[in-house]
Ligand binder design. Structure first.
Ligand code: GLU
Length: 421
């Protein structure tokens, strides 16, 4: 099996493109075949080196490697011109006002065997003779694709449904060139949860955006692999090795698949929870660009759905965070400072200063003051984190350590205008 991923570098790698890349990769890896990367850069105005780099970057981030390439389609002008000449010589193409047109038979039909859609028939009467080379000598897109697929020995063309209408033209040219046709597999479109074609409105649309949102590449691979393949409602966990062995092009559905970012988010959270803490820590550190204590990662792991969730939740364990005024108002009225002062005195005496010791001390304060647990815990939380959302309060206080906790509590008492004595 020789497959190819053939992106046009006219923008970012979109989620649909990422799925096409992944299915090609799975097909190659599962069959011991090869994946060729071909950059379809014949549109010289819209294809930029930056776009090419972005696409390669996105593939690398997804950990989808290729065996050959990247090849530039635009650099294959001589091969394309040769094929045009061959088609003219054999009478399959002719000159028209300086351009070259492919001659489509007037009658009959062409049948395309598609692994996903079955046999698709196109009446030839509906296809006009089409231009394959402009009068300036440059090839047209369909010619370049057919010639490159032939020369690169592509056995299976796996691509988006939006290319189905190109297929009869490409197949006609391959037939005329005496080259065998590849097996075709056209993947169903991606829709958003509202049933409309997937677009920016539905949230992250490109691989770069998924990365920025803080998803893990293995979770993205898993989720995207399910789009159109297997059970449409499933959120099944597949390791990449399992995906490689289970993937089957023949089981791709022909109806549109739904990309639901909420499902991806949920699945990503599951992946985050299963990561060994040192691994998660490394990824978080790479994202926030600084060192993060291992304990901060360990105690927040359960609450993280994406890498981006770490800083707002647990950044206070790395350095003091700005105070959220609303949270402050809510918590520091009605005895808040007084409870905080009692908590401070109790925490000053905790030995050893670990989560269990902190819990016992704070619960004793609750008991003694005859208040609700949150009347004590929330002021402490706001004092150390600036907000009312954090990992477990006892673990957080213990992770911060006695000195830092007491210092932040002192600062909060002063801010509240409550003298510390
Ligand atoms: N270059 C086309 C695209 O990016 C893909 C062509 C193909 O796979 O045949 O949509």
């Amino acid at each position: 099996m020789r497959v190819r991923f053939a992106p046009s570098p006219t923008g970012m790698l979109h989620i649909g493109g990422a799925r096409t890349a992944l299915y090609n990769w799975l097909a190659a890896r599962g069959s011991g075949g090869s994946l060729v990367l071909r950059i379809e850069d014949t549109d010289r105005e819209r294809s930029t080196p930056e776009n090419v780099e972005q696409i390669l970057d996105a593939l690398r981030w997804l950990e989808l490697d290729w065996d050959e390439g990247p090849f530039s389609q635009a650099e294959r002008g001589p091969e394309h011109a040769d094929a045009v000449r061959q088609l003219v010589d054999s009478g399959h193409a002719y000159e028209d006002d300086g351009a070259i047109r492919f001659r489509v038979p007037d009658e009959g039909e062409i049948a395309i065997d598609d692994v996903i859609r079955g046999e698709v028939r196109f009446p030839l009467g509906a296809l006009q003779d089409f231009v394959i080379q402009r009068s300036d000598g440059t090839p047209l897109y369909n010619l370049a694709v057919a010639v490159d697929d032939r020369d690169m020995g592509v056995t299976h063309v796996i691509r988006g449904d939006d290319h189905l209408s190109n297929t009869p033209r490409q197949a006609l040219m391959l037939d005329a060139l005496g080259a065998g046709r590849p097996v075709y597999a056209h993947l169903p479109l991606l829709h958003g949860p509202d049933g409309k074609k997937l677009s920016k409105r539905h949230g992250a649309a490109s691989v770069q955006e998924l990365r920025e949102t803080g998803y893990l590449p293995e979770a993205v691979r898993n989720y995207i692999a399910l789009l159109g393949w297997g059970d449409p409602e499933s959120t099944t966990f597949f390791s990449t090795d399992d995906l490689v062995s289970a993937f089957d092009l023949g089981r791709v559905s022909r109806s549109p698949a739904v990309f639901d970012e909420q499902k991806l988010r949920w699945m990503n959270g599951r992946y985050m929870r299963e990561l060994p803490v040192p691994d998660l820590r490394e990824r978080i550190e790479r994202r926030v660009g600084r060192d993060v204590p291992e304990e901060a990662v360990a105690i927040s792991q359960e609450k993280l759905q994406t890498l981006a969730d770490f800083w707002p939740l647990a950044g206070f364990l790395v350095e003091p965070q700005p105070v959220d005024e609303k949270a402050w108002e809510k918590v520091m009225t009605n005895g808040g400072p007084e409870h905080l002062r009692a908590a401070r005195d109790a925490l000053a005496a905790v030995e050893p200063f670990d989560a269990a010791g902190v819990e016992a001390a704070l619960r004793a304060v609750v008991e003694r003051l005859g208040v609700k647990p949150k009347d004590v815990f929330q002021p402490v939380r706001v004092a150390i984190s600036g907000t009312t959302v954090s990992p477990g309060i006892f673990e957080s206080v213990a992770a911060l350590g006695r000195d830092e906790t007491l210092q932040r509590v002192e600062t909060a008492l002063q801010r509240a205008g409550a003298p510390s004595a």
